[in-house]
Structures are given as structure tokens and as C-alpha cells.
Ligand binder design. Sequence first.
Ligand SMILES: [Zn+2]
Length: 581
Amino acid sequence: MTNIYRMLTFLTLLTSLNCYSKVDLIPDLVPKHAADLILHNGTIYTVNEEQPWAQAVAIKDGEIVYVGDNAGVKDWLSKTTKQQDLRGKMLLPGFIDSHAHPVMGGAYVRSLSLDSFAKPKRWLAQIKTYAQKNPEQKILFGYGFLASAFGTQGPTSKMLDEVVADRAVYLMDEGFHGAWANSKAMQLLGINKASKDPVPGFSYYKRDKHGIPSGYLLEGTATDAIDKLGIITAKSVALGTSDVIKIMNSYGITAVFDAGASDVGDLQLEVLEKISKQKQMTIRMVGSHMIGSVDAIVDAISKTKHKRATTKHEMYHINMLKIMNDGTIEGKTAGMFEDYQGEPGNKGETVFSQTQMNLLIAQAHQENIDVHIHALGERAITETLNAIELVRRNPSHRNRTNRYTICHIQVMTDNDIKRFSELDVIAQSTPLWASYDEFGKEFISDDQFNRYFRFNSLKQAGVKMSFGSDYPATGAGTLGMSPIFNMEIGHTRQTPQQKNAPIQPGKHERLDIATLIKGYTLDGAYQLHMEDQIGSIEVGKKADFVLLDSNLFKVDKYDIHQVKVLQTILDGKTVYLNQAD
Ligand SMILES: [Zn+2]
């Protein structure tokens, strides 16, 4: 993974592109209209079924006013019109990351990022080097280890003490559902044998055979500790969030769904205002009020309504409800129908009972609130669909226009595939996770392993699918944010570039490129409830584009990750230009 990243960076330094060059589009007639910008001579894939391909677009006041051929766009040319020759390159609608944590990610983007695809030995070496390079840091903070690489007992303080004993070390796992602390951090947090587990089996401290917490914290205990350690401040998060936005722009992303900022909840608005004032809000953002515990039910709807009414800004709006309903496979906290392998009686957990989920969904439906639900295990997915079915079938609820998205959807039953379609529920996921899961395989049955990320089955059933990074919980550092990198894995279900790497079953779940593109554009826009403004290249929509150096339909499937973003345009203005190009 690291090598691939290096190679991508290196390739970024090659090629060249001239932005807004003087070109050969000379109007033969006085133009009927005057555009601000014309992009012509491109391979334009519009994601508009009625006109899938075009050569040129014209833009005025940040909106698309023409889509068609090179000859037709001349009508929009005036003396003041800027022009750019796309030189045959592929232009797409700006990518939409339909599930990420850009503000929460801001807290992590500058911290230690462990290579999630490596082994514990390598992580310990990375931690040791980081400690040596950062002698002034009182608490060493980072993320990205894979908890399942440590087997059922999880990582321990003792392992970390061997590389850093004099300072606290606190690391979140790649899924942000667990944390690994050294003895110094455990002392600072006051965690000992007497510490109670808030929700045994879900939010709890892993313990050794004497009942002493061994250094692996799960769910709520992991996130609470971040607050206690005071690692995150408004200033550091604002700096980090603008970094995340810049990185997203560099990967062609022009809109993002913020799926919650649990660790930085109260700072979220302050951070967004700060970034906007500094004119660095170069991405459209739809945000959510996130709940992940039963005591948050009581004011979940009123808080979401309040945010929806008070946070509308030109570039962001916090208007959805995000519900965390289960954990992860590697934490063995995802809600399943069968016991986890080797752990009789442990089927994982759902945060909310069926009755509580029914109540939440009914209340959100009543208020026409869009809801985004984290459900990763098969039981969590089924129960969430049950709750949605109740409101969809209720005649008094017919005229509601709110939307439901179930995100992650790692292990799914056959029956639920068609329910997504019947109940008009969006299936959201991160293609990168569909590469072969060597560790997860040990925790679940073969049957469950064969029902991982059923992208093609969902497509065949006519389900709308949206894709995103879940950054910083992707598991590939900042590269995890790249839609192009994700697309290769969604298409191959293998480690990038490795033809001979094992394929994640089922092989038939490999997804075609057109559907992957649609999931990163038009269907992402639908999830954001913004498909009338973004997601395809059509007259009347915002001029948000990404320019690539190769045609995604033509490159070899094992070379997709090498396709470079040359330029990203938001509202008709360049927000990223590949400088080397
Ligand atoms: Zn997430």
C-alpha cells in the first residue's frame, strides 16, 4: 500500500496540462450568449442517461449552461469567455464522498497514521519512530491499526510499553471502534480492575485472566478516553479539517456527507465557520446529528430539527440524523444472526433494540428527516429495514419525501437485498473494504464470509448505491479518500494492482465501472438529497467537475488506481490543479 502511494505521488509529478489556454475556438457568428468558461474537446461522461457523452460544456455564474459537441459550444463564446482545451481527457461530474468524517478526520489527519495493511510488528516500529521524531509531544496519538491482527484478545498495553513507556500512547483502530493504550495512558485515564464496563460486550475494556484491563478499549470506552486525554482542540481540528478538504479536492471530490463528528461533536460548527471565513470551504457538505446510545434517543429528533433549521450555509447544511446501530466484525460487535466463531453466545450487539429503532425511524419519518444508519452486520441491517418497512407501509406516512440510507452493509442476507429495493433504501459502502479480508474470515462462518459487500447483487436488484471513504476510518490513511483507488477494489475485489491476490467472495459481486461512477456521483447526490443540483453534467446543475488523465472505461482494471486527477472544479472555479501537470 505504501509503495502504491509512493508510486501515485511520483506519477503525479509527470505529465503537463495548460489551464485556460488560448485555443482555436473562433466564433464564426456573434455569440447568442456569453459563458464565463468553456471546456471543450473532452471525453465527457455526464452520468445523464439521456445524453451520456459530450465533448464540451459551457459555464455561467457557476452553473452549467450547455452540454454538447464542440461546434455547439461556440454559441456561448464571447471575448471575455475563458476557454480550456481538455485535450481529449475524461471529464466527470465532481465526485461525492457519501460517507466520511471530514471534521472528525481533521482531528487525526496530522497524527500518526499506521499502515492498516501491515502487521503488529510494523506498527510497533512505526510508533517507535514517531515517538523519536516527536519528543515534544506529551501524548502520542494516532490511528489505523487493525484490531483483528491481534487475535481474540486484542492488542495489549504491554506490547506498546516495550516501544514507548515514558509517555502516554493512545491509538484508535482503523475502524474507529476500538483503541489501544499503553500503561502510561491507562494510568492517565484511571482505568484499572475496578473500572466498570459501560455496556458489557459492546462498550467495554478487554481484560486479562485476572480481570485487569489489558489495554484494548472498545466502542464508547475508546471515544470517551479521547475526551479525557484532551488531545483534540478547535484549533487543531480546524487546521486538520482544511487539510482533509484539500486532500478530498485533490482526489476530485466536490461534495461530502459528514456522517458525524463524535469525538469533536461540539466543535463541528465552530470549525466549519472558521474554515468558511478563511475561504477554505472548497467542498459542499451535508452533515448530520449523530446518536450512538440509548440515552440520546430522547432529544435526537429535536436536536436534528434544530440543526436543520439553524445551520444552513452556502456550502454546508447539517440536516440529517445519523444512527449508529452496531459495531464491526473485527471488534465482534457487529450485530449478527450467528455466533462469532469460537465465541459461543456472542452474536455481537445492536445499540438499539428493534422497538427503539422503530420509534426513532417513526419519529424521523414524521418530521421528514433524512436518516443515515450505520448497520454492518446482517442482523443490524435486517432490524433497520424492519423499522423502515413499518413507516413505508403506513398509509398516513405516504406523502413523506425523506430518504433512508443504510451504510457499510458488510454482511447481508439474501432476503434483504430485495428489501433495499422494495423499501427504496440507499445502500452505502466503501469499495476499498471489499478486498480479501484475511483476518475477518476467522471470526465469521464461511457462509457469512461469502455474503460480504454484495454490490453487484444490489445493482441487479435495482438498488441505489452510494460510495464513500468513511475517512478517517477507511484503513489506508489519506489514500483511502481517493474514489479512483476505491473504484479499482470495487471492480476487482482484490488488493490494488495485484492480479494474483485472492478475490473476496463472491467473485460475482465485482461491480462494473459505470455503476461505481454513478455511486460516486449521481446516486451520492441522491443520498445527499441534492440530485437536482449536482451529481451529473446537465444544464442547470452546478459546474462541479473532475478531470482525469485516462478514460476509466478503457484502462486495464489493475491500473485504475494509477489514473490521475488533473483538475477539480467547483462552481466553475478550479479548486485543485495538478501542479506538475
Ligand atoms: Zn463512518
